[in-house]
Design a protein. Sequence first.
Length: 359
Amino acid sequence: MPDLSPNLSPEPEQPPLLVDEATPTPATLDAQPLPAAGDLATANKGSRARQLLGMKGADVKETSIWKIRLQLMKPITWIPLIWGVVCGAASSGNYVWNLENFLIALACMLLSGPLMAGYTQTLNDFYDRELDAINEPYRPIPSGAISIPQVTAQIWGLLLAGIGLSVALDFWAGHSFPIMVVLTLGGAFVAYIYSAPPLKLKQNGWLGNYALGASYIALPWWAGHALFGTLTPTIMVLTLFYSLAGLGIAVVNDFKSVEGDAQLGLKSLPVMFGVQRAAWISAFMIDAFQIGIALYLAYIGQNLYAAILGLLVIPQITFQDMYFLRDPLKNDVKYQASAQPFLVLGMLVAGLALGRAGI
């Protein structure tokens, strides 16, 4: 800062300095405009939106307990599960567009997304509080924004609400066997062994990421299919195969926490194989198993759908080359935003093909 104290003794006159007008000087740097209040407000709103969605990098302090609870549930993660229900309804071949079916489908989306995904994410944050203290200290639990008893109450509240809704869906569908309840309890169990000791599957890069991929693709798909049709072994096997592509997506999420994983001894793929090699493994799995599903669709005579699914893999490979494989740590979010819409659209294409084939 310039000296603002009075100068009582005159200084000898100095010759003028020759300064290039393009060269920044202390005076010109001080003269640079500060960010406008509107820009700061816009940036703050963006951070708050990221925080409520449960996205990385949102370190704005929040005081509303309901917004904090929503942040724990990570709404951004609900989208693939909601979409999985749509794919399952399509693969059942029995979904008819009317108000009743639409409302029932919304109820199943509520079960798979806000309730069970919210339960899973809250449970994961509870058991990951030491890891988050390293990777994301602004998260609600390590930052102290919410107490442990409040988190525990949220976990149980979401689980019990999910079980209650699944009972109602079984009753609506007239199931003699409570398949929706079984799927809900199965998903809750997978979420628990994924996050909690002693198993804590997320400590193993392969098992943990496959459990995550299956939970995000197969389980909601099964729920949507079972609600409007009959869940067959063929559908279960195909969606579990599709979940191997989800395993590749789950690996992408590991890059943001590679430092904390290494410190705590979690064997994620980036920790085990190194960042660049893990990126190649992830990209291969995402592409290869989608192509495998496309080949199966061609095998059962759904050639148009097979061709569409194959074409949807091309932009994913393109974005992998443009962003992900060049710098996985820097471009993981950009890659997911660019490529994953093609993956989830491919899931719907596969669901429509299976429904048309009556599998």
